[in-house]
Every structure is written in C-alpha cells, then in structure tokens.
Design a protein around this ligand. Structure first.
Ligand SMILES: O=C([O-])CC(=O)C(=O)O
Ligand SMILES: [Mg+2]
Length: 537
C-alpha cells in the first residue's frame, strides 16, 4: 500500500489502518491529514524557482501518491496548470531524456510491430476509457520531439482526471515511436527513443492501423482515442480514416476549434454583432487554423441556414506563402483548398490585414512573434474592439504577448492566448487575458463521451461543447475583458460541457448507455473522480 501510488496515503494512514494493514513501523509516528499534506507540498513547490523543478516534483508526487497529486491539482488548478501542462510540459518534453526517472504511459515503437495487442495487455489496468496518443512529430509549437513527446499524453490525461473527473486508472497515455527527424535528439546520448529517422508512408500507416485495431479488440467500442500533436499531414488523414469506424477525437483540430468558437461567441458580447457579421483572418493554416475555420463556418451555416460554401467566404487564411487565394489552388494541400477564395495574391500577414480588414485575428501557425506592432496596429485601425487570439504554444511561440496586444492596440483589443499570460495594467486599467486552450474542452468533452457511452464523435458534439463553454462566461468575467471563465471553476464547467455533449450524443443516436439519465449535469458530477482519501478497513 505504501509503494503503490494508487493506495498510498503516506502519513495520512490512520492508527487503525496501520494496524490492520501491517504498516506499523513502516511510517514515523505522526499521523497527518490530507489537508496538511497538501499545505506542506504547496509550500515546498512554491520554494522552487524553476518551473521544471516544480514539474519534476509533481511527477514524483503522481508516482508516489496519486490522490494527493490530484487533490493538489484540483484545489490549485490556476497555479499548477502551467506546470503540469502548457507551457512547462513543453520544456519537460524537450528535456525528457535527462529528467526521465520512472516510465509513465505506454511506449509502442516499430520494434513492437506485430505485437501491439500483447503490449496493450502489458498495461496493468484493464478498463480504459480514454487514450491520448501522440507520435511526437509536432509537440506544441516545438516541432519533432520524437519519443520524448510522451510528456504531452501524460499531461493531457492528468487534466482529464483533474479537470474532467475521469478516473486515473481509466486513462492511458501512449506514444507511438516511429523514429524522429530531430537531429539533435538523434545525436543525444540520453535520447530515450528509437534512434532512426521517421518511418513514413505504408510502414507508418500500417503500424497505426495495427494499433487502432488492437485498441478496439482489447478495449471495445467505447474507448475514446484522442490524437494529439501529430504533424499536419498525418493528423488530417488519421482523423478522416478512423472517425467513421472508431471513437476518435483530434484535440488539435477539433478540441482547439471548439474552444476558440466558444471564445469568439462569448466575445460577441464585447465586440458586438452576430458571428455571421464578422470577418476572420488566420495566420496558420494547419490543424488548429483550418479546424477552427471549419467549425466557425459550420456554426454560421447552421445559425443562418446558409450553405457551408458561402459561410466559408468570411474566413481567410494566411500561410507561410501569403494569403490563401484561388490562384494558388493547384499547389495547395487538400485541407487548405476550401479556403482558397477569389482574391489577388497578398504576400504576407500585414498585407492581408490591410486587404481583408478582419474583425477577428487568430494566430495558429506555431511561430512566435508574428503579430508585430504593425499587424496589431493595422487590425486596430479598422476596428473599435478587435478580437486578437494568439493561440500558438508554448509561450515562446505565442504570436504576441498580452502586454504587446494591449499596448499596441492602446487597450482596445480583446485578447486571448493558447499559453497563459498574467494580467496586464495599461493606463490604470487591469486587463485579464483569457487562455484559449483546448484544456477547457477536452476533459469535459471526454467525460460527456464516457458517460453517454458514445460510439462516435460527431461535429455537432463539438458545437455542443463549445456552446456549453461560452455559456459559462459571467458578466464579472466580461468586465475584466475575459472571454473564458476562470479555470478555478473548471470541474463545474466540465460537468456542463459533458452534459451538453452527452445530450447531443443521445439526440444523434450515438449513445449506448441507456436509459439516458434525467439530469445530465448532476449525473456528470456524480461520475467524477474524487481525490479524497478513502478509508481502508
Ligand atoms: O497542449 C496545449 O497547450 C494545446 C495544444 O493542444 C497544442 O498546443 O498542441
Ligand atoms: Mg496539442
């Protein structure tokens, strides 16, 4: 019991438990409470100056005393989210080889080809509800980190439990290692992954196919597989391939889309108009950019009963070659083609802002510092209150900082970003930037899928999640310029998201948990994992 993080309570084992379970002498005499343990650990964590040290201390706690880890995370979510998650998790992945101690998650490499089902059976837990899987090729905006991408599924699943209430033993982090093209890692003596260049094409797709088949065979129809931080070229293809046969969700395409749509809808209270009245310009036409664009177009199409082909015309995307326009159609990757509207070529973002005059500017390119002073001033010059979203992660890749957005727009911008920024005081007024991160959506979304026993993910379920999130923004939040509710209420928010997603799954006939619970919010809450110690008799 002391050595298994699932049962360990450390000094909080009571006298009775120490007697009943042969723990006498294995612990010092003092008996603590979970509350006191929490206080002690938070004191310790706050003494570390370096975020990565906090990350390592939390990882150790997770591996030592699971309930206490989640208690800390749930009670101190705003303080600890930037540690177990973006941005620190990015640095942890970069240094994963050096900080690696105890393995977390399941590693499936090319060496396991033909044996993936056996590998899944090696995982000690049997009843899995959510898998987060990466192949490490595009970790946040940090690029190819190969096998070291494991930090991401581990971090995402910690949030599934802390924010969404999925039981930790029902969560399975997986990294598929097909090699890496990161030269630095290939030459790093501490690298933990396969030391070869990435397998591609048939070899790659066959390994993923074996994995997807084994998952279904081992866990059945109801396990949610979340694809995370795959490179564009594979992300779209895998989602298209498996969404009709498996319960899959791509967080970077669909989760990000849902959270950004929620923020934009909430922002309408501040910037005015309906969704259909706005003009959107994206920098970045990959998973996040095209995913968000498509969901916004879908929402407008449903609300205004206008064909999707029409509603897409209010949305413009810029990639590394400039504005995406119809004259470029031949050379465009397939996921960019729907956005190639009629327009003369424009070579860069600043030119595009001047030509398109967007009311909403969204950065999703993974490249930092691209919303320059000129760009922010240009978008401010054509709007009373421009909505600016700098989504790229981690902080180093953010298109601009909160300070820059507020200063360059002279306090007029409504700003949100993928990575967290502190509030900023401009001319006596405090502006609080929102965090437009898929962390708001995926935990509640997953909970909704799990409690309804949904067997597929439908776009309408993403819209349902988005709507539920937007409804949680209060007047008090708006007064501070926030377009997302604070993370401190996240479990309540997740219950509402879960309920709306589950309701949609039932409505669409995709739910298998019957009968449908009457009050889905209450039901979602009642299903959530509790980090409170249990008594052992
Ligand atoms: O992990 C995050 O913070 C958001 C995300 O999915 C990404 O940037 O790829
Ligand atoms: Mg991601």
């Amino acid at each position: 019991m002391l050595r298994d993080p699932k049962y360990n309570k450390g000094l909080a084992f009571t006298e009775k438990e120490r007697d009943a379970h042969y723990l006498r002498g294995l612990l010092p005499p003092a008996v603590s409470t979970q509350q006191l343990q929490e206080k002690k650990l938070m004191n310790t964590l706050r003494q570390y100056q370096v975020p990565l040290q906090k990350y390592m201390a939390l990882t150790e706690l997770q591996e030592r005393n699971r309930k206490l880890f989640y208690k800390l995370l749930i009670d101190n979510v705003e303080e600890l989210l930037p540690i177990v998650y973006t941005p620190t998790v990015g640095e942890a992945c970069q240094k994963f080889g050096s900080i690696f101690r105890r393995p977390q998650g399941l590693y499936i490499s090319l060496k396991e080809k033909g044996k993936i089902l056996e590998v899944l059976k090696n995982w000690p837990e049997r009843s899995i509800q959510v898998i987060v899987v990466t192949d490490g090729e595009r970790i946040l905006g940090l690029g190819d980190l190969g096998c070291q991408g494991m930090g991401i599924p581990v971090g995402k699943l910690a949030l599934y439990t802390a924010l969404g209430g999925i039981r930790p033993s029902a969560c399975l982090p997986i990294t598929i290692d097909v090699g890496t093209n990161n030269e630095q890692l290939l030459n790093d003596e501490f690298y933990i992954g396969l030391r070869q260049r990435r397998a591609t094409g048939q070899e790659y797709y066959e390994l993923v196919r074996e994995f997807m088949t084994a998952v279904k065979q081992n866990y059945g129809e109801n396990v949610l597989v979340q694809f995370e931080d795959f490179a564009n070229h594979n992300a779209f293809e895998l989602l298209a391939k498996y969404r009709t046969t498996h319960l899959v969700f791509n967080d970077d395409i669909q989760g990000t889309a849902s959270v950004v749509l929620a923020g934009v809808v909430a922002a309408l209270k501040l910037i005015g108009g309906n969704l259909a009245d706005h003009t959107f310009l994206f920098l970045g036409a990959g998973e996040a950019g095209t995913g968000i664009a498509e969901l916004i177009a879908l929402e407008i199409s449903k609300k205004t009963k206008t064909p999707l082909e029409e509603t897409r015309k209010k949305i413009w995307l810029v990639d590394s070659k400039g504005l995406i326009v119809s004259s470029r159609k031949e050379s465009l990757q397939h996921f960019k083609k729907p956005w190639a509207h009629e327009h003369e070529p424009v070579k860069d973002l600043l030119g595009a802002v001047k030509a398109i005059k967007p009311t909403v500017l969204i950065g999703s390119s993974g490249v930092g510092r691209t919303f320059t002073k000129e760009v922010v001033e240009a978008v401010t010059s054509c709007n009373e209150k421009p909505l600016i979203m700098a989504l790229s992660n981690p902080t180093s890749q953010s298109e601009c900082t909160a300070e820059e957005a507020y200063t360059w727009s002279k306090g007029r911008a409504i700003f949100a970003s993928g990575s967290p920024f502190d509030p900023f005081k401009y001319e006596g007024k405090v502006f609080v930037p929102g965090q437009a991160n898929n962390a708001y959506i995926f935990p509640g979304f997953g909970l909704g899928v799990v409690i309804s026993g949904a067997i597929r993910v439908h776009d309408d379920m993403l819209l349902a999640a988005s709507e539920a999130l937007a409804c949680q923004v209060s007047q008090e939040n708006y007064d501070k310029g926030l377009i997302y509710p604070p993370f401190s209420n996240i479990r309540k928010i997740s219950a509402h998201i879960a309920a709306n997603v589950a309701a949609k799954a039932y409505e669409l006939g995709l739910a298998t948990r019957l009968p449908r619970p009457e009050n889905l919010v209450k039901y979602a809450e009642s299903c959530m994992y509790s980090p409170i110690y249990r008594n052992y008799r």
